[in-house]
Design a binder for this molecule. Structure first.
Ligand code: PFF
Length: 443
């Protein structure tokens, strides 16, 4: 006999969990540095356009697939069409790749919570020296992964929902406070300008635009957790009467708000101290500590900041783990606990290789990238867009706009004003955009 499927305990619980999945390292770590290395406000504009044309419709589509079928990512896609289970399978593969790399950065974040209190011996080399060590980062990655396994073992409403409902509001409140602090630092205004006023002078060729476009698209997918079956899995725990459109708008709004607040927290602070925002992935680990070192109570603020980053990372990592666990336990009949340990353990093993790729294994290059960069690149520039593309085909052409819209409008009982955008995005705009950007990025 099949057990009754778990459900979220309330609408707000679902929103906290889904927004918790969306809001993560992508907002607090990646977004500010991608804005910094992709021309500031120009990137922001393209990002918002893609959010509307790709992000909202695909998020809605995934949630509709999940709620309609009420199964894990693979079986939900199979329910729509028996030949399309592989779309969910690609998502699970992607979730696995992202989770492995996520665990490594999650480990760095935990280290920095403690490091905050000993910035006196901090130099800009600390970060590179630290991540290339063979043991310590691996241990923190293990601890990060173990925390996630523990939460997912608790189940959908008692584990994932409960943790997200506590951590996400804390993140919102404290990050907002930090932003106010940052934008009022002397000289912060230059950072605000960089973030908000487009400067087209850096864009001189087609390849400049194409680079910004692929980064913006990758960031939309990554930040909203798309193309990985996350929203299918979370959607499958939704009650039939829930309003998918308003859920989608809430999640996208919260995710974008946090990305922008995070930009407003980090970029002005970096400008205020005359540091470079183009520092790339080291921005919060290398550049930001130099800010913390120079302000009163900096250690304390730093510890709060990295704790918030940890909260955000956990509520995302559990969603990646849940995608895998939900499928794995259905497939094998193993318990949630055992499935979580196996999935988390496997992601940790790949995470070890990713962590060592900054030191011991730095000689191993895949397509010119170390293992960590390769995982990162494969996930948000390849697997997620392909997953997103296939979701559009599945919904736009296989399932059909009519049945999908019936699901979204709860059989016509809710108004679905976004239907024209949804239909156009699923059938044409999103698949075409994804292909164009994907191909142009290959050159
Ligand atoms: N959205 C998360 C972030 O912005 O950090 C990352 C992520 C979570 C990506 C879940 C994909 C996913 F399925």
């Amino acid at each position: 006999m099949q057990q009754k499927r778990e459900q979220w305990s309330s609408k707000i619980g679902f929103i906290m969990a889904a927004a918790g999945s969306a809001i993560g390292l992508g907002n607090l770590w990646k977004f500010p540095y991608i804005v910094g290395t992709n021309g500031g406000a120009v990137f922001l504009i393209i990002y918002i356009i893609f959010l509307i044309l790709l992000g909202i419709p695909i998020l809605l589509a995934e949630m509709a697939i999940g709620r309609s079928a009420g199964k894990n990512a693979v079986d939900s896609c199979k329910t729509i069409n028996p030949k399309f289970g592989f779309v969910g399978g690609i998502g699970i593969l992607g979730a696995f790749l992202v989770l492995s790399g996520y665990g490594v950065v999650g480990g760095w974040v935990i280290k920095y919570i403690f490091k905050s209190f000993s910035y006196d011996n901090f130099t800009s080399d600390f970060f590179n020296e630290y991540i290339s060590k063979p043991f310590e980062p691996v241990i923190w990655t293990f601890i990060f992964m173990a925390l996630n396994v523990l939460i997912v073992t608790g189940g959908v409403s008692k584990g994932i929902e409960r943790v997200s409902t506590v951590l996400l509001p804390l993140l919102l409140i404290f990050l907002f406070g930090l932003m106010i602090y940052s934008v009022t630092l002397p000289g912060a205004v230059d950072g605000i300008k960089y973030f908000l006023v487009p400067d087209f002078s850096g864009i001189n060729s087609f390849s400049d635009i194409s680079k910004i476009a692929i980064n913006a698209m990758g960031q939309v997918f990554f930040s909203l957790s798309l193309g990985m079956g996350t929203l299918i899995t979370y959607g499958s725990y939704l009650p039939k009467k829930s309003d998918l459109v308003s859920n989608t708008i809430m999640v996208v709004t919260l995710d974008t708000a946090i990305a922008i607040i995070s930009g407003f927290t980090i970029i002005p602070a970096v400008f205020s101290f005359g540091l470079e925002v183009t520092g790339g992935p080291g921005l919060i680990f290398q550049t930001l500590p130099a800010v913390f070192m120079n302000i009163k109570g900096g250690s304390f603020i730093s510890a709060i900041f990295f704790t918030l980053v940890l909260f955000a990372a956990i509520t995302s990592a559990i969603s990646l783990l849940e995608v895998i666990v939900s499928w794995f336990s259905d497939k094998t009949g193993l318990s949630r606990t055992i499935s979580s340990v196996i999935a988390g353990g496997a992601a940790f093993l790949i995470g070890i290789a990713a962590s060592l790729s900054f030191g011991t294994l730095s000689g191993i290059k895949i397509l010119g990238m170390n293992i960590f960069d390769f995982l990162n690149h494969a996930a948000d520039k390849v697997v997620m867009p392909i997953g997103g593309f296939l979701m559009c085909i599945l919904v736009g052409y296989i399932w059909g706009i009519k049945p999908a819209s019936d699901e979204i409008s709860n059989g016509g009982s809710l108004r679905f004003r976004l239907k024209p955008l949804f239909a156009a995005a699923m059938k044409f705009i999103a698949p075409v955009l994804i292909i164009i950007i994907f191909i142009s990025s290959l050159f």
